[in-house]
Design a protein. Sequence first.
Length: 585
Amino acid sequence: MQNFKTIKTAFAGIAMAALLPGFGSAQVASVLDDFEGGTNQNKFLDYWYFYNDSGDKGNSVVNSATVSGAELLFDPAKSLDVGNGGGQAALLDFTMGSIKPKYCPTGVGCDYPNFVGIGTGVITEGKVLDMTGATHITFDAKASATMTVVVEVATNPITVAGHFAYHTIELPIGTTWETHSIPLSTEGISAVLKQPNWYLLENPGGDPFDITQVEKVQWKISVENNTGLTDGKLWLDNIVVHGYQWTPPTACMTCVGAPGAGEGAVLSNMDAAPVNQNAAGFFWFAYNDAGDRAVTSQTEYSEIFGGVTVDPAAPTTPVLAIEGNKGYNSTDGAFIEFTLGPSFVEGANTVKPFVGVGTMVSDELGTQFLNATGSTGASFDYQTSASLDFIRFEVKHNLNFGAGIVHHVLLPGTGGEWKSATVPWTNLVLPDWDEVKLIADKTLRINALEKFQWAFQGDAATSGSLAVDNVKIIGLTAIDPTMVMVASIMPRASRSQGGFGAEKLQNGMRVAFSLPSNDHVGMLVLTDMRGKVLSRVPVSAGQGLKRNLELQVSNLPNGVYFLNLTTRSAQGVPFTQKTSVTYMK
């Protein structure tokens, strides 16, 4: 059920504005980054980077960066170190060059001092952020030796299109952790922040600081301010924007209101048996970030310890157990308690930990989907602990271009109270991953829905809870059951569990099998070598442990076929048998 990706291609950690002590009485502030997420993405959802003087033929080196063409990438494996008081901090490890950069083609009399830097955007894809209300930025810093650091706040300029308008302040950074402040108010700008001389030469008169057009913040170390500096290190931590409340651009704050306000046909309220099955005939599930990774202990993945049953033989695969008193108004509801594990590497990506709950509305073979034609959105009641700032509501349809790519919207945490969310389909967006950008038709196909999920992704060691109830499809009057199908395929069962065999019939085959218990329900499916479904028959409860079912197929040619038996008990325990059969007339 994994649906997250990072490293310059998606959405990772989220940070809601907070009331932080120590900077005035109950002042609103938003954490830009504290690096506890362990990725290259800040909490405003833009990315960290390094830079140097190589663009003008200088040869300064950022040792803590990973080089990718002309880019110096922020690599969590190299770019993070121990933070202030523990945790993590950003590290700029550098060696100043021996060749000075030059700003003119001839290279005669136009060289300037070597430099390196680290920076981060405050909004993605080249847009600007209106930070009206922000009074100052604070950050913790220390250096390997006392040095002057130029902090640059870049805004979209008014006078010269295509150039950043830099507003800078020089700060001495010592060898022990200290908190520094950058003013952003009008008075502070005029009194403290200055535009560099090189910028004023290119843009006479300069640009006024515009708090509504902020693009990025940078920390620059230059030999110009540090005579004789050949190498060193700079650490940054706990970067906070004060007086400003940041909201994720994909969040829908107006989607949330008083609990119990949802409208539409009931997909699932979990109050009638079987409580883990929705009205379309499919099941609820819980998931974490263990996925297919080779984890050896619980410390390597996020643990869901409440609202699930865990088989000691398969501890990474919790089974959701719908609980009484965990839904809205103390009814049954889908509920999980969890502690997030560490960030982890997946291919070239560093991924923040995540957990979630969801419900399928399609079969595992991808042949039947919920047709919600005529609907306009979804509504549901949900509750989060105070530790959850935002959750992600995800809707997946039959896109056929990769698992985990889902339409989604962010919803604010509820602080322990029940809230109702009404989410129009038009509010859902796709992630900005490269593979998604190649898709011509990005429309949500409401006639081929696969699943709904409610997820939380955040910093390591975050503990909390999430509950969902009363899921409805807006614009429909009823949802008719389609079929019963298990939500996931488990490893093949051994023959010691009862065997699995087929007997040839004139038009198809009779399949004999046994199940672990009498209450299992599911589906027996016959496919060809390419996975095309040729026949299917439901497996219903109450027929005894030994089953004989007939799969009818007209004019079935000789060949090799696959039988897939997938079931689930009333308690949500899955069971699967798979085998190949040779059919000869």
